[in-house]
Design a protein around this ligand. Structure first.
Ligand SMILES: Cc1ncc(COP(=O)(O)O)c(C=O)c1O
Length: 395
C-alpha cells in the first residue's frame, strides 16, 4: 500500500465492540484482570499500554515501515495475531513528548558508553547531551554530520549511538542517513534519526538503514498545534524495544489516551498536509531567496542548499520548514519578525498556521543559532498571502 492510504487506514480498524469507524478513546486507567492478575483482555494499567495508544503506535510503525507488513496493535493483540505478513513487524512506543522519547532512548545507554551528536540539533537534545549525559556517565562527541569521514573518526569501540536530525533544527542541515548508518554499523553503533521535520511521508530513515526513527508528534504528526507527544519507531521488537518499554513504564513519560487519539487523528491528513506544506515552503523559499535583505535561505529544496542532492535522494519532498538569515544581525532579524501581520511569532512548528521565530532569542543563552536567523514553519494558507506578508515585513 502507498503511504497516503496507510495514513488513512493504519490503526483505524473499526471498534470490535461497536463497529465505530472513528477509533474510541479509552480513558480508563485500569482494566479488569483475574484474581491472580491474569490479563483478560490485553491490558492492565494505562501506563503499561492502552488501546488508544496501541492504535497510534501501530499507525506510526506502519507509516515508517510501509513495506515491512502491518504492525501489531491492541486489537490484533486481543485476537492473538501480530503481523499479517508473518515478517518481522515494526514496533513503536509513544511518549508524552518528543523529549520524553529522546530521553528514554538516551537513558537506554549504559554508563561508560559513548554517543555522537550533530552540531545542529534541537536545543533540548543538546541540553541533555551537555547537562545530563555526563551525570549518567555517558560520553558524547559533537560532530559535523555533513562530513561522513568526521563521523568515522569520531566512532569509538564504546560508541553505541549516533544521533541524526535531518533536516536539522534550525539550520536545515541535511545528513546522508545511509552513509552514516553504514559507518556506524561497521563499528557496532546504532543510528537514531529525529524525523520530526520530514515525517514518514517525506523520509523514512528505517528504510535508509537507521535503527530508530524519532518524532516529536507535537509537530506535523499532530498537525494542529494542540497536542504534545513523541514516538520511537523500531524495525522490530527485541532487547532495545524491551528496554525502552521498561523505561517508559517505570519512569513514566507516557502519552495520555486523549493525546494519543489527537495524534492519531492528525495522521489521517498527514500526507495531504505535507504536500501543501512542501509546495508553500518552496514558494516562500524562492521568493525570499530573491530578496535583497535576505543573506541566505536554508531550504533543502533550493539548488543553492548544500544538502540539496542528498535531500533529493533520501526525501520524497523537502518539507515545510525554512530558515533565513536577514542582512545585519539580531536587531534586523527581530525587526522583521516584529512587522509580520499574518505570520505569528510563536515557537513550535508543523501546525496548519504559519509561524515565525527568532531562534537565538527563543533558545536563550548557549544558543548556537546565528543571531540573524529566523525560522519559518510554513503553514497551509495561500502561499501568495504568506509571501506578501513577508515582503511587507522586509520593507
Ligand atoms: C526536531 C525536534 N525534535 C524534538 C523536539 C522535542 O519535541 P517536544 O517539544 O514534543 O518534546 C522538537 C521540539 O521542537 C524538535 O523541533
Amino acid at each position: 500500500m502507498n503511504i497516503e492510504t496507510i495514513a488513512i487506514h493504519a490503526g483505524a480498524e473499526p471498534d470490535p465492540a461497536t463497529a465505530a469507524i472513528a477509533p474510541p478513546i479509552h480513558l480508563s486507567t485500569t482494566f479488569e484482570h483475574g484474581p491472580a492478575t491474569e490479563i483478560l483482555h490485553g491490558y492492565t494499567y494505562v501506563r503499561d499500554e492502552n488501546p488508544t495508544q496501541d492504535r497510534l503506535e501501530a499507525a506510526l510503525a506502519q507509516l515508517e515501515c510501509p513495506r515491512q507488513g502491518k504492525a501489531g496493535h491492541g486489537l490484533a493483540r486481543i485476537e492473538g495475531t501480530t503481523s499479517e505478513s508473518g515478517k518481522e513487524s515494526p514496533a513503536a512506543l509513544a511518549f508524552g513528548s518528543g523529549m520524553g522519547a529522546a530521553a528514554a532512548l538516551l537513558q537506554s545507554l549504559e554508563p561508560g558508553s559513548h554517543a555522537i551528536f550533530p552540531e545542529d540539533v534541537y536545543v533540548h537534545v543538546r541540553l541533555v547531551q551537555r547537562e545530563y549525559l555526563p551525570k549518567w556517565q555517558i560520553q558524547a562527541s559533537v560532530v559535523n554530520m555533513l562530513d561522513v569521514e568526521a563521523v568515522k573518526r569520531a566512532l569509538r569501540p564504546e560508541t553505541r549511538l549516533v544521533w541524526l536530525e535531518t533536516p536539522s533544527n534550525p539550520r536545515m542541515n541535511v545528513t546522508d542517513i545511509a552513509a552514516v548508518a553504514s559507518a556506524a554499523h561497521a563499528r557496532g553503533a546504532l543510528v537514531v534519526v529525529d524525523n520530526t521535520f520530514a515525517t514518514p511521508v517525506l523520509q523514512r530513515p528505517l528504510e535508509l538503514g537507521a535503527d530508530v526513527a524519532l518524532h516529536s508528534t507535537t509537530k506535523y504528526c499532530g498537525g494542529h498545534s494542540d497536542v504534545q507527544g513523541g514516538i520511537l519507531v523500531l524495525k522490530s521488537k527485541g532487547p532495545l524495544y524491551d528496554k525502552l518499554y521498561q523505561t517508559r513504564l517505570v519512569l513514566g513519560a507516557v502519552a495520555s489516551p486523549f493525546n494519543s487519539w489527537l495524534v492519531l487523528r492528525g495522521l489521517r491528513t498527514l500526507a495531504v498536509r505535507m504536500e501543501r506544506h512542501t509546495a508553500n515552503a518552496m514558494s516562500v523559499a524562492r521568493a525570499l531567496e530573491a530578496h535583497k535583505r535576505i543573506e541566505k535561505v536554508f531550504y533543502p529544496g533550493l539548488a543553492s542548499h548544500a544538502g540539496h542532492e542528498i535531500a533529493k535522494r533520501q526525501m520524497k519532498g523537502f518539507g515545510g520548514m525554512v530558515s533565513i538569515l536577514v542582512q545585519g544581525g539580531w536587531d534586523e532579524a527581530v525587526g522583521v519578525a516584529a512587522k509580520v501581520r499574518l505570520w505569528r511569532n510563536a515557537t513550535s512548528l508543523g501546525g496548519v498556521e504559519s509561524l515565525i521565530e527568532h531562534r537565538a532569542s527563543a533558545e536563550g543563552p548557549g544558543s548556537t543559532a546565528p543571531k540573524n536567523l529566523l525560522r519559518l514553519s510554513v503553514g497551509l494558507e495561500n502561499a501568495d498571502d504568506l509571501i506578501e506578508d513577508l515582503m511587507q515585513a522586509l520593507g
